[in-house]
Design a protein around this ligand. Structure first.
Ligand SMILES: C[S@@+](CC[C@H](N)C(=O)[O-])C[C@H]1O[C@@H](n2cnc3c(N)ncnc32)[C@H](O)[C@@H]1O
Length: 214
């Protein structure tokens, strides 16, 4: 869904940074070989993630929801020289695909993959983080926030993806099988009201929230 007119959207992309060659390859191979390729962040959002990461210049990054590794590589662009990016996904079929692209990048030794349910893995990570990207199952966004907020350094940033859910967060009645929309509505309210963070929602792509730990 486009929240701004398509011609403006095209203009915005055209006047933003180009997609690096390695990410173009990853994008293409994801669309050729992997199920649900629309889950990948893609060119414009990837450049936004890269820019935010470069501004934050984090020592440690945590990503929840690796998929094929596109957003991990974008976020890694802002890492400090000896920084680390830890990324979690429960789909073991994606593990070798992710590694192949991480190894082709200049961040091969800085990216650490964790295979399993993020709610099991996060408590075992003995680190604090400057930047966290939440982009896994929507039903657990609030649980991810609660699991990582104490591991986030003061001034640290949490980015949450898909918070507008194609505009469905405006709805008040949901199909029985739709558990994502009510979860995101609750999550957006949680971020707005939680005094540990200050939050702005950016209406780019499917909605990207920036929350800063105070
Ligand atoms: C939207 S995709 C991530 C896209 C990726 N961040 C990008 O922008 O290229 C969501 C990913 O979360 C993973 N996932 C879903 N539930 C999870 C859980 N409980 N723990 C860890 N990963 C999970 C899925 O396997 C999927 O690969």
């Amino acid at each position: 869904m486009h929240f701004i007119p398509e011609n403006i959207d095209d203009y915005v992309v055209k006047h933003s940074e180009d997609e690096p060659e390695l990410l173009q390859q990853l994008n293409r191979e994801t669309y050729q070989k992997i199920l649900q390729p629309r889950m990948l962040s893609g060119h414009y959002q990837g450049r936004v993630l890269s820019m935010i990461s470069k501004i934050v210049h984090p020592k440690n990054i945590l990503e929840i929801g690796t998929y094929t590794g596109y957003s991990a590589l974008c976020l890694a662009e802002g890492l400090q020289k000896n920084g680390e990016l830890h990324t979690i996904d429960l789909n073991e079929e994606l593990f070798d695909f992710q590694r192949k692209y991480f190894n082709k990048s200049e961040y091969a030794n800085q990216i650490f993959q964790h295979l399993g349910d993020a709610l099991d893995i996060i408590p075992k990570l003995d680190k604090t983080f400057d930047l966290v990207f939440i982009d896994a199952d929507k039903e657990n966004y609030a649980n991810y926030f609660n699991a990582i907020v104490d591991k986030l350094n003061t001034g640290g940033i949490i980015l949450s993806d898909n918070v507008l859910w194609s505009g469905k967060v405006l709805e008040t009645q949901f199909k029985k099988e739709d558990t994502s929309t009510p979860a995101l509505i609750k999550y957006n309210a949680l971020l707005k009201n939680d005094k540990r963070v200050e939050t702005v929602v950016l209406p780019i792509r499917d909605g990207l929230t920036i929350s800063r730990k105070v």
